[in-house]
Every structure is written in C-alpha cells, then in structure tokens.
Design a protein around this ligand. Structure first.
Ligand code: AP5
Ligand code: MG
Ligand code: ZN
Length: 217
C-alpha cells in the first residue's frame, strides 16, 4: 500500500518518473493534466471549460478539479495505493484531499518534491514531444524517439503540447511558484516531504526517489 504525491514545476519530470514509479510499485498513475487532455480530445463539456485555462497556463478552478480527482480516486484500482501527479496544486485542493482521505481513514505516505531550475525547465518543455496515442514522453535532445516523430512504444504520432510555448511555460512556472509552492510547507508540517534533485539524469532521479520512498513490503 503506497500513496504518493509528486510535486514539482512544469517540466520537472513528474510524468517521466511517474511511469517508472508506478511500474515498480504497481500503483495507478493519476495525472489530472492527462485526464483533462483526454477530456479535451473527447470534446466533453468539462474539456471545453478546462481547455481555456490550460492554454493560458492557468489553473483549472478547484471545484472542477476536485470533482474529477475524487471520482478517479474512488475507482477500484486505487484501493491499493496511487501516485498523484499534478494534483493537488493549491492549498485548498490539498485540504480537500486530506478531508476526502481522512473520511476513509487513509492518508498520504510521501510527497516527492522534485526541483529543477527555471532555465532547464524551459529547455525541457520547449523540446518535449508526447505520443498522441499512448502518452509516452520524449525530448528532441535528451530523450529522442528512435524514429523522428514516431513513438517507440506504440508507433503513434508524436506532437507538441499546445501549452509548451515559451510564453505559456513562463506563465505556468509563475503559477507554480505562486499557488503550488506553498504546498511544500503544508506537507512539511506533516513531515511527509522528500526533496529530490530533478536536474540530474533520469536514472539518478529515479534512484533518489526509490531511496526516499524507502523499504516497502
Ligand atoms: P500538467 O499536465 O500536470 O502539466 P505540468 O504540471 O505543467 O507538468 P508537465 O506535464 O508539463 O511536466 P512534467 O513534470 O510531467 O515533466 P515531463 O516528465 O513531461 O498540467 C497541465 C495543465 O492542466 C496545468 O497548467 C493546469 O492548467 C491544468 N491542471 C492540471 N492539474 C491541475 C490541478 N490539480 N489544478 C488545476 N489545474 C490543473 O518532462 C518534461 C520534459 O523533460 C520531457 O521532454 C522529458 O523527456 C524531459 N525530462 C524529464 N526528466 C528529465 C531529466 N532528468 N533530464 C533531462 N530531461 C528530462
Ligand atoms: Mg506531466
Ligand atoms: Zn505511443
């Protein structure tokens, strides 16, 4: 049983590390950003609302996010733990999540705070490519696919996220510093935070995360 939260600015490598963590510990990867992008693709009412905020690099309003996140956490596969990526993102979301879990006598085990400096974040996001079909993440220089524009995993087409432009990335980093960084203190008070240097290589970051999680039965 393992309940984790990944905190970190846009481009810190949350999605990249989440894939590895979830495979190692057999827990579902819950990314609110991925859920929202799926809804946008499907053209749902929620997707239409979320798209405006996301394309500006702003946060989707808490009430909408909480409804979707709680519905996801109620699904069967979350009974044995989960990894949250990109949620919670405001102190209000964290308080509501705690309330939701407390009512079920559950709690978060660890909050992984991945840190990377701004210049590196910009480079990572501008060069990121994502598979339209399976969501696998690449980088044109750091982590290129074998064939340009084609996913190694499923052969799908790689695309650039519409919020990965210089101006929107700048805004997203500002929003993270203003609204999400206070969560580090919130969880530090509960003694749950492990700080991870996210600027090293993929394997080193993953190794540090495994050490921070510690022994699991
Ligand atoms: P979301 O999808 O969560 O985006 P984000 O937080 O901005 O983070 P990213 O997905 O951009 O970065 P990442 O940390 O996952 O990095 P990645 O692993 O891809 O949210 C998008 C939007 O949805 C928000 O702006 C908001 O509007 C809305 N939203 C979502 N959740 C919300 C919530 N709870 N409340 C309100 N609104 C919400 O890596 C990036 C690149 O770097 C890749 O190319 C990768 O290959 C490369 N890379 C990764 N690690 C390394 C490394 N160690 N060395 C070199 N390169 C690396
Ligand atoms: Mg991500
Ligand atoms: Zn793919």
């Amino acid at each position: 049983m393992l309940r984790l939260i990944l905190l970190g600015p846009p481009g810190a490598g949350k999605g990249t590390q989440a894939a590895r963590i979830c495979q190692k510990y057999s827990i579902p990867h819950i990314s609110t950003g991925d859920i929202f992008r799926k809804q946008i693709k499907e053209g749902t009412e929620f997707g239409k609302k979320a798209k405006e905020y996301m394309n500006r690099g702003e946060l989707v309003p808490d009430d909408l996010v909480l409804e979707i996140a709680e519905a996801r956490l109620t699904e069967e596969d979350c009974k044995h733990g989960f990894l949250l990526d990109g949620f919670p993102r405001t102190v209000n979301q964290a308080e509501q999540l705690d309330k939701f879990l407390n009512e079920k006598d559950l709690s978060i085990d660890k909050v992984l705070d991945i840190r990377v400096d701004k210049e590196e974040l910009m480079t990572r996001l501008i060069g990121r490519r994502v598979c339209r079909n399976c969501g696998a993440t690449y980088h044109v220089i750091n982590m290129p696919s074998e064939k340009e524009g084609i996913c190694d995993v499923c052969g799908g087409e790689l695309y650039q996220r519409s919020d990965d432009t210089a101006a929107t990335v700048e805004n997203r980093i500002g929003v993270y510093n203003g609204l999400t960084v206070p969560l580090i203190e919130y969880y530090e008070k509960a003694g749950k935070v492990a700080h991870i240097d996210g600027s090293t290589g993929l394997d080193k970051v993953f190794g540090d995360i495994v050490i921070a999680i510690g022994d699991r039965e």
